[in-house]
Design a protein around this ligand. Structure first.
Ligand code: SF4
Length: 361
């Protein structure tokens, strides 16, 4: 525990540093709660540098709550394409509709009301309430936990859910109640720019005088982590089925991983299964079409949170059948030129260039 004097010193040093060194980011130039909410939803699972590539475009497409609420989910997903964790976009859209229906289009500035909205958990609620409404809720994300672990030499693993409470309590103790929004952003910014995961810049750190790990020379020991389980690896086959000049795409169910996105159909390959046989079989199973396998196109890999995939992408020709969908909820035969009208997962985008090159050969 720090005494009151030290805490005051810490706050002053941190906030002064933040004023001088904070990156200029579009969502820091606004006081509009809607704009801040959108940015925090994007930032929750995505790095600042990636969010920067998407944020302005998204805000131009949906500049206010009303426009987002009126939008088609497909258009929202299209704007979100590439940001990943698509449940965030679906929840944002649903929440906007509820805010318009129940709160006159204005995000509620009340913790229990705001947390009733889909997708708004502890983190987003604290971030939005502190930044947009100046309410004293501490924000605890990965950056903040790392900073806290070092400041206080906390032995709790940062990636263990049970430890969250202690990190929250420490953060609440430090939080500047007069400027909670700046304080929270300053803590996150310190973690992103100075108190970095590897090689933190302690020599230029504004709070090193109040950092126990720095004082004791134990910075390299923190933060502590529990060993994560190895992630399963899936081997998939994904088919581009040509029927004259069109290809088949299918839509994933609205909920769950990559919900509502479009993709090329496919399925899991069995070990020792011959590639061409696997290609024909996965399409029969996924969409009940009979095809002839033409050629291997490329292999793509992608890492999701809980598993990794390796997908063999192949091209084939439609022979017979009407699509009957095993898991997908919709399908279309589309021109390759029109693929960009549909939101696709990143793992699909990874082979689009190869596909376009192959058909223009
Ligand atoms: Fe992090 Fe080093 Fe600053 Fe401590 S002194 S908060 S370890 S950067």
């Amino acid at each position: 525990l720090m005494d009151t004097k030290k805490i005051t010193k810490f706050r002053t040093a941190l906030l002064r540093w933040y004023r001088k060194n904070a990156r200029h980011l579009p969502w820091r130039e606004t006081t509009d709660p809607y704009a801040i909410w959108v940015s925090e939803v994007m930032l929750q699972q995505t790095q600042v540098k990636t969010v920067r590539l998407f944020y302005d475009k998204f805000m131009r497409a949906f500049p206010d709550m009303q426009r987002l609420a009126q939008a088609d989910l497909q258009d929202v997903l299209k704007q979100w394409e590439g940001l990943g964790y698509y449940a965030r976009a679906r929840n944002l859209h649903r929440a906007a509709r509820l805010v318009v229906a129940d709160h006159q289009g204005v995000l509620p500035a009340d913790r229990s009301a705001i947390q009733k909205l889909p997708g708004i958990g502890d983190y987003i609620a604290a971030a939005v309430l502190s930044i947009a409404f100046n309410q004293p809720y501490p924000v605890v994300d990965g950056n903040v936990k790392r900073v806290l672990a070092r400041l206080f030499e906390m032995d709790l693993p940062v990636n263990q859910a049970a430890a969250f409470k202690q990190f929250y309590a420490k953060s609440a103790q430090l939080l500047d109640p007069r400027r909670p929004g700046d304080f929270n952003q300053a803590m996150m910014e310190l973690g992103a720019l100075v108190c970095t995961p590897t090689k933190p810049h302690c020599d230029t750190c504004p709070v090193h005088l109040t950092c126990l790990a720095f004082d004791h020379g134990t910075v390299h020991v923190y933060p502590q982590k529990i060993q994560a389980k190895p992630v399963p690896k899936l081997h998939l086959a994904v088919g581009v089925v040509f029927r004259k000049d069109r290809v088949l795409i299918t839509r994933r169910p609205p909920e769950g991983l990559l919900g509502g996105l479009w993709e090329f159909p496919g399925g899991e390959v069995k070990s020792n299964e011959q590639p061409e046989k696997a290609w024909v079989r996965v399409l029969k199973q996924a969409v009940n079409l009979t095809v002839t396998a033409d050629r291997f196109l490329t292999q793509v890999t992608h890492a999701y949170t809980h598993f990794k995939i390796k997908a063999d992408v192949f091209m084939c020709t439609y022979r017979s059948g009407t699509p009957a969908l095993a898991q997908a909820v919709d399908y279309r035969w589309v021109h390759l030129d029109h693929l960009d009208q549909y939101p696709f997962p990143k793992a699909n985008h990874k082979f689009f260039d190869a596909l376009l090159a192959a058909v223009t050969d």
